[in-house]
Design a protein around this ligand. Structure first.
Ligand code: NAD
Ligand code: MG
Length: 400
């Protein structure tokens, strides 16, 4: 492939788990991809290393002072990367004429505006930031369709489903002969923990996921299974699937990454090692298959494949997400997400207990969820109001 055919990629959240896995895949295919922009929040040292190695046109960080420090550092190494800062700069590198594709891998609602900018600029979007769809699924999908963006799911479950859907799937389950979409979930580190021990779960235990190595927030979300709840909402928007055609099944081995159940009784699954480079390489390579660096499955060494029902007593956050999906309030999922972000941060900060996460989200849903469809600006205001209220809840429930 000649160099002018290279896909120029912006990686939003380049210093995170998905960002680094993306660079690992890109690195294996120097003739296919070039790096246009890399962004990070405050991990300046890590971003500096990445800039020296990949020489992007732009780097973006959150704060002006960090940008100045990084720029100076890069100059001393004769690196021509221009350093920008702030949310507007994130949006600019995501929508720039010089980028073909955007890896949306910022964590949380902070990823919404830049990912939306990429959609409005008609980019190819590799979507890891599920919170974009949870906060503003309707508006985001509308932007994707109106501006002809190409949306490819990176989240392993949604990528698995995407791989086993009919190639010409147009967002109509019944037209495609599909009975349901089945999201698999590992069950996280506390699948077999006695419920009586849940109150004492520490953040160190919660971030230690049995199968996947991921950022802290999604690791806690996996432990509460809020992650699967967010993924239900993500699947709803990506595949136009109603709540009653979305199943969740616990599969502790994380070999089957999700499935599509067809009306004739066939179930198609995608399998592989628990390695995010697989869905990332699938998205980046389309329509080709490209090497990801992941190990290949060895079937004779698998320790069985087991499937269990998800218990709402153990995982109340999953129930809350189902309730949101069933509710008639379109902005409720924005409330769910904002409350969860504050709850997870407070838990990681040792201010609240593991079991308080669901209580805090539930209390915010009761206060705020009765919202009509909102504009982006209104959603951002709601998001902020929920965060303020959730912080107050944290203050009154802070454990000693
Ligand atoms: P991470 O915490 O490892 O990395 C997050 C990245 O976003 C970092 O580069 C960080 O600097 C940046 N960031 C954080 N807050 C920011 C802010 N306010 N503004 C701008 N940038 C900010 O997270 P991760 O595990 O890579 O997850 C990223 C996204 O991908 C999440 O939405 C997560 O749910 C999703 N995802 C992750 C995995 C995984 O295996 N890690 C799998 C599926 C989906
Ligand atoms: Mg997932």
């Amino acid at each position: 492939m000649s160099s002018h055919c290279k896909t120029a990629i912006t990686i939003l959240g380049a210093t995170g788990s998905i960002g680094l896995n993306t660079l690992d895949v890109i690195n294996r295919h120097p003739n296919r991809f070039s790096v246009f922009a890399l962004t990070a929040y405050r991990q300046i040292d890590r971003l500096a290393e990445l800039c020296l190695r990949y020489q992007p046109v732009y780097a973006v960080v959150a704060e002006q002072a960090d940008a100045a420090r990084l720029q100076k550092h890069l100059h001393t190494f004769s690196c021509a990367t221009e350093v920008l800062f702030g949310e507007q700069a994130l949006c600019e590198v995501a929508q720039s004429d010089e980028t073909d594709a955007v890896m949306a891998a910022i964590v949380g609602a902070a990823g919404l505006m830049p990912t939306l900018s990429a959609a409005k600029a008609g980019k190819t979007i590799y979507l890891a930031n599920k919170e974009t769809l949870v906060v503003a699924g309707s508006l985001f999908m509308q932007a994707v369709h109106e501006h002809g963006a190409r949306l490819l799911p990176v989240d392993s479950e949604h990528n698995a489903i995407y791989q086993v859907l009919p190639k010409d799937y147009r967002g109509d389950l019944s037209e495609a002969g599909i009975a349901s979409l089945i999201l698999t979930a590992s069950g996280g580190p506390f699948l077999y923990t006695a419920l009586s021990d849940f109150a004492g779960i520490t953040s160190e235990q919660a971030v230690r996921h049995p199968n996947w190595s991921m950022g802290q927030k999604i690791s806690v979300d996996s432990a509460t299974m809020m992650n699967k709840g967010l993924e239900l909402i993500e699947a709803h928007w990506l595949f136009n699937a109603p709540a009653d055609q979305l199943e969740v099944v616990i599969h502790p081995q994380s070999v089957v990454h999700s499935m599509v159940r067809y009306i004739d009784g066939s179930v198609l699954a995608q399998m592989g090692e628990a390695d995010m480079r697989i869905p990332i390489a699938h998205c980046l390579g389309l329509p080709d298959r490209i090497v990801s660096g992941a190990k290949h499955l060895n079937f004779t060494q698998l320790n069985g494949l087991h499937f269990l029902t998800a218990d709402f007593n153990r995982f109340p956050c999953l129930k809350l997400a189902y309730d949101v999906l069933h509710s008639n309030y379109p902005a409720a999922s924005c409330v769910l997400n904002a409350a969860n972000e504050i709850a997870v941060a407070a838990f990681l900060n040792k201010q609240i207990r593991f079991i308080d996460i669901a209580s805090l989200v539930d209390s915010c849903l009761e206060l705020f969820s009765a919202q009509p469809a909102l504009s982006i600006e209104e959603l951002l205001v709601l998001d902020e109001q929920v965060r303020i209220s959730a912080q107050k809840w944290v203050k009154t429930h802070t454990c000693k």
